[in-house]
Design a binder for this molecule. Structure first.
Ligand code: ATP
Ligand code: ATP
Ligand code: MG
Ligand code: MG
Lengths: 160, 159, 160, 159
């Protein structure tokens, strides 16, 4: 179990660094075992170095940067051990327009092997999806699901 | 493996039966605030064996059952079933299988695997505990947990 | 001090209900003292009843509904005792398009007496503002502020 | 009362001096992730007397001073000053006054009110403690705190 863990851990580390440097156009991300002699019980910490910056403090990252960092690790895990589904709830909310595009491109890669379901308010992400479902409450308090094209949804929520 | 269909009955803001067909690729759920998008997210967590009230955003398990503006229209039970198209993960169940979880207002719970009654542990063993779903759900409020180094759980199941 | 507190508390309660029912097109919001006999040391809880729903559970509110609820209380406080400034950081991120419009309308009212500064990624909010500043990092890691019109900003971040 | 101008020097991601003119009405700050928007939010909290490292998103107060990719270009101190156009709030200071807060890498702090040295408590008494700013700053992560009933602080200063 220990050798298996270390082998997989090293692979995730590599992929994490790869995805991170794509999102942040450079820089390095690393996973550090707090107790390397006991990998199975050790805590896993994240260390980050942004391109062109000396600081390594995770606390100073901005709202959008923290989201991208967490998503980089998630995607790295999927690259090493693909899970059948990936269900995301408004993960793109803190991202600026350019990072939403990068995020969606990674989702596209991920969706080759994994079924992706995403909840979003972001029009760019809606346009990127293969299928779109709209939720509405025709009667107050009662959810209804309609399958929709983007153009239909605009009609449904007129002030949207 | 992929989810082919989700059926919700009396779950949170979904009064009667709601059927959602899913396919491979990326499916987006959109809609106004409070329209029921995250309730679908909760339904999927619950059917795969989630037991934490906090993760399901409720105080007691009864809160999962649809409550209507008029008491007589309240649902008496809630039921989520998913049909899974299965090629690569669980060969023992053939090409397609169904998981169902039901909870009655009276307090009883029922679990089904391919329409045969089973226990919660059986469903959890397939999904939650087998590592298949450890990092399959991500919502914005969990980003801080990951950044602060609570990633051990994600790793435990990878190996 | 006690009479003053109770008088202001009742006023905020009234305004809170007013703002809430505007955001949620009906329903009631209330502030409850956990220990009414000792108002100055009592905790203040929020109670909510959405229109057309029997439930009163705050935990079941959606992400956007929780944001609107908190913003309703904030606006009620400003209506009762206007503070000179109001500085908001990406508060509009969880809101859908219709609620962003309502939110901006309230900000407009608020800005009659209070100076409002808002950080946002939402284009509708940018269009609503009187003044717009763009932040950019021409040299990596070095922030620069440029005053901008919306059209200029599009040029600055080409894939935005 | 309104903020007429914010001047930042060596504060977080702002290396040299940055001047931002503000007016009445609504001013929006926009820009890519990590470009420095929330750093301006922190700068305003700090100059008004904020002392909590957590609220300023840093571990030690030194983290507020600009760190460059090349050590020799690091700032030696950070300084925030705001010019306030004052009609209705603090008549004792006349039509306009300036608040300044400075911190040196060596560890010293300086506070100024209209270019006269003062103490932190003097600035806090004007703003943070006078209730003027108790609910003037709101970021997304605080929404949960308000919903769960931690609103007492907002009320204390209203009365
Ligand atoms: N048992 C229940 N019976 C009826 N309605 C319920 C029940 N549980 C939750 N709800 C309702 O569901 C709504 C929340 O839905 P949900 O969280 O899915 O919204 P959402 O579409 O994710 O919105 P947002 O975009 O704001 O995140 C709430 O208004 C709540 O009142
Ligand atoms: N002392 C410092 N010296 C240099 N750079 C710093 C310092 N403190 C913070 N930073 C940098 O400032 C950046 C964060 O800026 P900020 O949080 O203001 O971004 P933002 O514009 O709010 O982004 P978002 O849209 O993602 O919320 C980080 O990349 C961080 O490295
Ligand atoms: Mg939601
Ligand atoms: Mg920010």
């Amino acid at each position: 179990a220990r050798e298996r863990f270390v082998a997989i851990f090293d692979e995730v580390k590599k992929e994490f660094n790869f995805v991170f440097s794509k999102f942040f156009e450079g820089g390095q991300a690393d996973l550090v075992l707090s107790d390397p002699s006991n990998p199975l019980t050790s805590k896993v910490d994240i260390a980050v170095r942004m391109k062109g910056k000396r600081l390594k403090v995770i606390n100073q990252l901005s709202g959008g940067e923290r989201t991208l960092l967490a998503v980089s690790l998630l995607l790295a895990l999927y690259l090493v051990k693909p899970a059948p589904f990936c269900i995301l709830d408004e993960i793109d909310a803190p991202l600026d327009d350019a990072n939403v595009v990068r995020f969606n491109k990674f989702l596209r890669d991920l969706s080759q092997r994994t079924q992706v379901v995403i909840i979003t308010h972001n029009r760019a992400t809606m346009e990127y999806a293969d299928y779109l479902y709209g939720l509405t409450m025709e009667k107050r308090g009662q959810s209804k699901v309609i399958s929709a094209k983007l153009a239909d949804l605009e009609k449904l929520n007129p002030d949207a | 493996m992929k989810i082919k269909e989700i059926k919700l009955y009396g779950f949170k803001s979904f009064p009667g039966e709601t059927k959602i067909v899913l396919d491979r690729g990326i499916t987006a759920f959109v809609g106004p605030n409070g329209s029921g998008k995250s309730n679908i997210f909760d339904a999927l967590r619950w059917v795969f064996g989630e037991q934490s009230m906090k993760a399901l955003r409720c105080e007691r398990i009864e809160d999962l059952i649809y409550v209507s503006p008029v008491p007589k229209d309240d649902a008496n039970f809630t039921e989520i079933s998913i049909t899974v198209d299965n090629e690569d993960f669980f060969p023992q169940f053939g090409g397609e299988f169904e998981i169902k979880r039901k909870f009655y207002r009276s307090g009883e719970s029922e679990f089904y695997l391919n329409r045969v009654r089973c226990r919660l542990q059986d469903i959890q063993a397939l999904f939650l505990n087998s590592g298949t779903l450890t990092y399959s759900f991500l919502e914005l409020s969990e980003i801080e947990k990951i950044i602060q180094g609570n990633t051990k759980e994600m790793f435990d199941d990878v190996s």
